[in-house]
Design a protein around this ligand. Structure first.
Ligand code: 5GP
Ligand code: MG
Length: 173
C-alpha cells in the first residue's frame, strides 16, 4: 500500500526556506564572516540537506555528508554507529538530520563534533518527535522544521529499509 501524505511538498519547501533564512541570519549575527560547516547525516537527510543548503544565503559554507545508522526496519537498535569526524578544529558547525526521535543520534554526533575540536555546534532537524525522547534532559535541536506525532514516516529522503525515499511528501506508512 502506498504511504499517505502527512506533510505535503509545498509545506516542506516553504518551511525549508524559512529554516535556511533563520540559519543565515543567526550566523551573520553571531559568527559574522566566519565559515559554516554543515554536516548532513546520511542517508535520511539527503533531500532535506540538498534543499536546505540552497536556501542558506552565506558565502562561506561547506557541506559534508556523514553516514550514521541506528534503525533497522521501523525499530531503533539503540546503538548509533558514527565514524570519527575530522577537519573541524576551530570550526562553527551545524549538524543536519532528517528526524529527531530518541535523541541518541544527535547526542552521539554532537559529542563527536565536540571531540573533533569544533568551536561551537548547533543542530537542525526537519522533523521532531518530542514524545519519543529517551530522557527528559536529552537533546533538542536548535532549528526544527515540524513537530510530528509518534508515527513512522517515510519520503523526502526518509526510508523504510531503503524504500520510499523518493516520495516528494513526508508520508505515513
Ligand atoms: P534517534 O537517534 O533520535 O532515535 O533517531 C534518529 C534517526 O532515526 C533518524 O536520523 C532517522 O534516520 C531514524 N528515524 C527515527 N524515526 C524515524 C521515522 O519515523 N522514519 C524514518 N524513516 N526514520 C526514522
Ligand atoms: Mg538518520
Amino acid at each position: 500500500m502506498r504511504p499517505r501524505p502527512l506533510i505535503p511538498r509545498e509545506d516542506l519547501a516553504r518551511r525549508v526556506r524559512e529554516l535556511g533564512g533563520s540559519i543565515a541570519r543567526d550566523h551573520d549575527r553571531d559568527h559574522a564572516g566566519r565559515p559554516l560547516v554543515l554536516i548532513a547525516l546520511m542517508d535520511g537527510a539527503f533531500c532535506f540537506a540538498a534543499d536546505l543548503v540552497r536556501s542558506i544565503d552565506l558565502d562561506d559554507l561547506t557541506l559534508v555528508f556523514h553516514p550514521v545508522r541506528s534503525y533497522r526496519g521501523t525499530e531503533s537498535t539503540g546503538t548509533v554507529a558514527c565514524e570519527p569526524l575530522s577537519g573541524l578544529a576551530g570550526r562553527r558547525v551545524l549538524v543536519v538530520d532528517d528526524i529527531l526521535d530518541s535523541g541518541r543520534t544527535l547526542a552521539t554526533v554532537l559529542a563527536a563534533v565536540a571531540r573533533a575540536g569544533a568551536s561551537s555546534a548547533s543542530s537542525c532537524v526537519l522533523l521532531d518527535k518530542p514524545m519519543r525522547r529517551v530522557d527528559a534532559g536529552q537533546a533538542t535541536a536548535d532549528y526544527i522544521g515540524f513537530t510530528v506525532p509518534d508515527v513512522f514516516v517515510v519520503g523526502y529522503g526518509l526510508d523504510h529499509d531503503g524504500r520510499w525515499r523518493h516520495l516528494p511528501d513526508v508520508c505515513v506508512i
